[in-house]
Design a protein around this ligand. Structure first.
Ligand SMILES: [Zn+2]
Length: 134
């Protein structure tokens, strides 16, 4: 129980590996502002969603495995992190929760903020995998 509470209060910056992998694709302001919170999401988040971004904070429902090269989950995790960082950048560029919700009125998959985040996440995954010949 203590472990869980401890985990849910943990908030960290991107580490040096994450920063160097992602610095070609995001403004440094975005990467410096971003915070990762593991094991805790807002109560209203749909059960099917594994992460949510509120301003510069990225909440993961469970532990987030750092994308380390050579790890089997590297491709998935770097894409997930890049997706969520796109939302951080959107917030820092003027998106609000209200603008986000309004943009979702025709459904999650038609929300332009999500379309951008999925596209950028996939693009960054492809770029990084090819850079390291993975
Ligand atoms: Zn998203």
């Amino acid at each position: 129980m203590f472990e869980r509470r401890h985990l849910s209060s943990l908030e960290r910056r991107l580490d040096n590996d994450e920063l160097s992998l992602l610095s070609p694709y995001f403004q440094s302001h975005t990467l410096n502002a971003a915070r990762i919170i593991e094991g805790s999401v807002p109560f209203w988040l749909r059960k099917s969603m594994c992460a949510v971004v509120l301003k510069h904070r990225i909440y993961f429902r469970t532990k987030f495995d750092k994308p380390s090269i050579g790890n089997v989950s590297f491709a998935i995790n770097i894409e997930l992190l890049a997706h969520e960082l796109t939302h951080v950048e959107q917030y820092l560029s003027g998106m609000t929760i209200f603008k986000y919700l309004w943009a979702s009125r025709h459904g999650y998959w038609k929300n332009p903020y999500e379309v951008e985040a999925y596209a950028k996440g996939a693009f960054i995954r492809t770029q990084i995998l090819s850079k390291f010949s993975l």
